[in-house]
Design a protein around this ligand. Structure first.
Ligand code: COA
Ligand code: NAD
Length: 646
């Protein structure tokens, strides 16, 4: 039974059982309406507890139903029926109460959660606003500003925060169900959320500031503005009118292009590891070695430490080791300050450092993040071959180098793999898992398992120069250089990309990440005769002048305390190169910038797919959205190009 009723004394326990996440699909909604009817007329029932079987409370609407015509009963009506019941209903929340799940709980007359539960209204991340009363009921329980951040920011909150805010009545200290029944027994009458006045705000300026911050962050994502408007209506309008308007907005957004794109990426992200190679039994991993404590190594070490692994960081000498250790400690400290690490001491206790590779003798997995130089990486792998256990997995974080060549250094190449993290590695969600020809399947499965343990989205990639993401990025970066020769300016290209929805343009991004790694890659390709004509030298000339970007105070732009400024020097280099290539026109129509960038992106993506480097077009979308700032609400380059073609 999807919805069943059992009795505990005079309390009816209504249980939803709809695996995997108890989504509020049609059978659940119909079952709940029947449960309201049955408990209302049952003389042996005084109160009701609404609970869920399995891993979580209702985690929201069934997203798969959004592409189908709506089927009765609708969730808002079910919630209204629960709220209108004459007997008190208590929601017993474990796991995640999200979206329609939290809206159901808000319709109940009291709420109790276990300490680990999380609650949120993430509809905005799917291009929607809460459609079943969330925008109207939540501001009647919590301060307006929190309602705004939950609804328009889409971020869930912990049970502790929910209790402090007034969203729930209690946190269970023992058995959730028992305590929910006990709470139900104390309630004489329903306490209907909709009948309460809005809590409002003690600080209207803070509310406005949060709203304008969210609008800025939206960068074209319609649902965020719509969610802010819905919260404002929820605060201002009579409840029934606000409910009707919230529902209308939800229905209008549900069939929008952006909502389709966001649903596409939601499911694409969950399918990346549905590959037989990732399904083998993984090798156990508790101890991880990280070689190199620079930008990436320190980030990777921090990411692993924060997720419970034991980490040994290796550097080439004491000075570099001290610098790397400080980087890791800095990241851990600031994460602790932001409340992300409840027990900093326990995390630090799992952190060791050394300059001697022998410290990796008992490592289950080692991730190398030394300089992007094949010779150096090969030496590191040769040393690892000598000191590690034969079943230890050896991974490289190389951005572009040939993982087959690196694997070839090992006595047993089947234990080598690429784990391409993105910077900052403790924050960025994407992990490209690069599979050399000889890799063992359980090594792939272990990498897939690791990506889940680190809370990352793992995407499988074949070996090629730059794998999925950097290879596509190289192609559109080269196109951006061609745009400069054709008359565009770096600011014009960057502004067009931002207008499209990227957080920054391709030149700003290079200044942030550093121009040197790609320069090294181009020099290597030039030496190998693998650079096609016409070759544009602008970036090389900047690097030759030491303009590596923000870290050297200059790159495509000038960086100083005063901020970021266009550079006259760069403009003169562009003009010289333009002239040398026989193109003198210093102007370019802005409306042609994005079609050129997107065209280059999708052409390379098609090649990546045709060569079997990416498993699917969806995986490419996941990579570009999560690693390269492609606007999520456009679904990724492959989805967007299909949408344009349709
Ligand atoms: N509708 C339909 N299917 C859903 C779903 C939903 N709301 N939420 C999750 N699923 C499916 C996933 O596609 C996945 O299916 P699969 O096993 O066939 O790949 C399965 O449930 C498990 O989800 P997953 O995300 O892999 O599990 P998790 O334990 O990491 O996370 C949640 C669980 C609930 C936190 C997460 O799935 C989530 O955030 N879901 C969306 C919640 C949401 O946005 N609700 C509002 C909808 S308007
Ligand atoms: P970095 O220069 O910041 O750090 C490299 C570190 O490796 C230095 O601290 C250096 O002392 C150490 N090192 C060098 N040789 C060593 C050796 N033999 N043994 C131990 N330590 C040694 O470089 P980074 O930006 O962190 O990049 C590291 C790797 O990660 C490169 O392969 C790079 O291509 C890749 N990568 C970088 C980024 C990025 O955004 N920076 C993103 C993904 C991948």
């Amino acid at each position: 039974m999807t919805v069943s009723i059992a009795k505990q004394g005079r309390v009816a326990v209504v249980t939803i059982d709809n695996p995997p996440v108890n989504a509020s699909s049609q059978a659940v909604r119909a079952g709940l309406l029947e449960a309201v009817a049955a408990t209302e007329v049952d003389p042996d029932v005084d109160a009701v507890v609404l609970a869920c079987a399995g891993r979580t409370f209702v985690a929201g609407a069934d997203v798969r139903e959004f592409d189908l015509p709506p089927v009765e009963p609708h969730l808002p009506d079910v919630i209204i029926a629960i709220e209108a019941a004459s007997k008190p209903w208590v929601a017993a929340i474990h796991g995640t109460a999200l979206g329609g799940g939290l809206e159901l709980a808000l319709g109940c007359h009291a709420r109790i959660a276990d300490a680990k539960a999380r609650m949120g209204l993430p509809e905005v991340t799917l291009g929607l606003v809460p459609g079943a009363g969330g925008t109207v009921r939540l501001p009647r329980l919590v301060e307006a500003e929190l309602a705004l951040t939950m609804i328009a920011g889409g971020k869930p909150i912990s049970a502790k925060a929910a209790l402090e805010a007034g969203l729930i009545d209690a946190i269970a200290t023992g058995d959730l169900l028992e305590e929910a029944v006990a709470l139900a027994n104390t309630l004489d009458a329903p306490r209907r959320t909709l009948e309460k006045a809005v809590v409002g705000t003690t600080n209207p300026d803070a509310f406005d500031k949060t709203a304008s911050g969210l609008r800025r962050k939206a960068r074209g994502q319609v649902s965020i503005g719509a969610a802010i408007d819905a919260v404002e209506r929820g605060l201002r309008l009579p409840a029934q009118k606000a409910l009707a308007e919230g529902r209308a907005t939800f229905l209008a957004l549900k069939s929008s292009d952006q909502a389709h794109a966001l649903r596409h990426i939601f499911f694409a992200e969950r399918a990346t590891l549905a590959d037989p190679r990732a399904k083998q039994t993984p090798r156990p991993v508790t101890r991880i070695g990280v070689i190199g404590g620079g930008t990436m190594g320190a980030g990777i070490a921090s990411a692993c430490l924060m997720r419970g692994f034991h980490v040994t960081l290796i550097e080439r000498d004491d000075t570099s080791l001290a610098a790397g250790t400080n980087r890791v400690r800095g990241t851990l400290d600031s994460s602790a300050e932001r409340g992300l690490l409840p027990d900093l001491n326990a995390v630090v206790a799992r952190f060791e450092t050394a300059t001697d590779y022998a410290a990796l003798a008992d490592a289950d997995l080692v991730i190398e993040a030394v300089f992007e130089d094949l010779e150096v990486k090969n030496q590191v792998f040769a040393q690892l071959d000598a000191v590690t256990r034969p079943d230890a997995i050896l991974a490289t974080n190389t951005s572009y180098l040939d993982v087959n060549a690196i694997a070839g250094v090992l006595t047993d190449p089947s234990r080598a793999i690429g784990l391409h993290f993105f910077s900052p590695a403790h924050i960025m969600k994407l992990l490209e898992i690069v599979l050399p020809d000889m890799v063992a399947e359980d090594v792939v499965a272990t990498a897939a398992n690791l990506s889940k343990s680190l809370g990352k989205i793992g995407v499988l990639s074949g070996v090629c120069d730059g794998f999925i993401g950097n290879r596509i990025m190289s192609a559109y970066r080269a196109e951006a250089d061609r745009l400069l020769i054709d008359g565009a300016t770096p600011e014009q290209v960057d502004a067009a990309m931002r207008d499209y929805g990227f957080p920054m343009g391709v030149f700003e991004m290079q200044d942030l990440a550093g121009l040197d790694i790609a320069w090294a890659m181009r020099k290597r390709r030039l030496a190998e005769g693998r650079i096609s004509d016409p070759y544009i030298r602008i970036a090389d000339r900047l690097c030759e002048m030491g303009r590596f970007g923000q870290k050297t105070g200059a790159g495509w732009y000038d960086h100083s305390d005063k901020g970021v400024q266009p550079s006259e020097l760069v403009m003169s280099i562009i003009a010289e190169e333009r002239q040398m290539m026989g193109k003198a026109d210093p102007s370019f129509p802005t409306e042609h910038v994005m079609p050129r960038i997107l065209g280059a992106m999708t052409r390379e993506a098609e090649a990546v797919l045709a060569e079997g480097i990416a498993r699917s077009a969806d995986d490419i979308d996941v990579v570009m959205v999560n690693g390269y700032g492609f606007p999520r609400w456009k679904g990724g380059p492959m989805f967007a190009s299909r949408a344009v073609a349709d």
